[in-house]
Design a protein around this ligand. Structure first.
Ligand SMILES: [Zn+2]
Length: 320
């Protein structure tokens, strides 16, 4: 029996995922600001049309699926994503989980860990609110502040929801401070099979010792911020991926940009083309793949990173 993966348009066979970008947002929004200061967001229809155009162009560039790890804390609003998904061919895998670097949102602060688990499991098994859209992946974050009391609570809740549902986990990390290893430790403590986890933003560092330690524990590495030059530029990111491929790790890497059609965190204008010219959905298809080939990465390894590895991640299913 072929494994089915939940996308925003419904379940699809795992083979239909095709080439996958493992960490792209459609929108990153401050929902409470939008409700009260809606001017910058502007016209809903125009934003949706813009997203449809960008994601249509991404499909035309050879990508078939994005994993959208927009969890609670990043302005997730599934009805808008569903409206976009209806107008494109690309598959979008929605996420559940909580995105915080330090404290929990007040809503969750006095509620139990089990309460968070119930929310995540409901998103995965029943669907998000009344949309019928089921989350296909779990998301959590550890940044510079490290595993604070509340971050630990989220990591453990995500791990428990993962074990109850079998959907994979993807994370945000601050790679420079090696946060991925702390995440693996907590997941392991919760009995998680670390091969069901993508340690995200691992491509933000060229510390190969750290990256190989994460790999030795069995997780996938998200080389998922191509175009965010502030940590490493594209040449540096390509060099790290090429070296990891040379060392035989292509079967554990996934690629992405962590881009979005619109995020309201950057003051003034969504257009980052002046400050970060490569930070958009098409950079990997247009620039990074040719650069990887130039650096000696085989087409077989590129196929592993874009197609086979995500398929393997989602093919393993069921609670444990
Ligand atoms: Zn992200």
């Amino acid at each position: 029996m072929t494994a089915m993966v939940q996308t925003v348009r419904g379940p699809v066979p795992v083979e239909a995922l095709g080439n996958v970008l493992a960490h792209e947002h459609v929108f990153v929004l401050s929902t409470e600001i939008m409700l009260n200061f809606p001017d910058e967001w502007g016209d809903e229809d125009a934003r949706v049309t813009d997203a449809v155009q960008r994601l249509t162009a991404l499909k035309a560039a050879g990508i078939d699926t994005i994993i959208d790890p927009t969890a609670i804390g990043l302005g997730r609003y599934i009805p808008r994503i569903a409206r976009i998904a209806e107008q494109i061919e690309l598959h979008i895998i929605a996420a559940t989980g909580i995105y915080t670097f330090n404290e929990l949102p007040h809503y969750y602060a006095r509620r139990s860990l089990e309460y968070m688990v119930e929310h995540f499991v409901r998103d995965i098994t029943h669907g998000v609110a009344d949309t019928g859209v089921r989350a296909g992946i779990l998301k959590c974050a550890t940044d510079r502040p490290g595993v604070t009391r509340d971050v630990e609570k989220v990591l453990r809740a995500v791990a428990q929801a993962h074990r109850r549902t079998g959907v994979p986990i993807t994370t945000h990390t601050h790679a420079e401070s090696q946060r991925g290893l702390e995440q693996q430790k907590i997941f392991l403590d919760e009995g998680v099979d670390l091969s069901r986890v993508i340690i995200g933003h691992s491509g933000d560092t060229d510390n190969l010792e750290y990256l190989e330690a994460l790999l030795a524990n069995g997780s996938y590495l998200g080389m998922d911020r191509f175009g965010i030059d502030g940590y490493l530029n594209t040449e540096q990111r390509v060099a790290v991926v090429a070296e990891l491929c040379r060392r035989g790790h292509a079967d554990k890497l996934v690629l992405s940009h962590d881009a979005s059609c619109y995020l309201d965190w950057i003051p003034g204008e969504v257009d980052t083309s002046a400050t970060m010219p490569n930070w958009h959905y098409l950079h990997i298809s247009h620039d990074v793949i040719p650069m990887l080939q130039q650096a000696g990465v085989s087409d077989g390894d590129i196929d592993l990173m874009l197609r086979q590895n995500p398929a393997r991640l989602f093919a393993v299913q069921g609670s444990y």
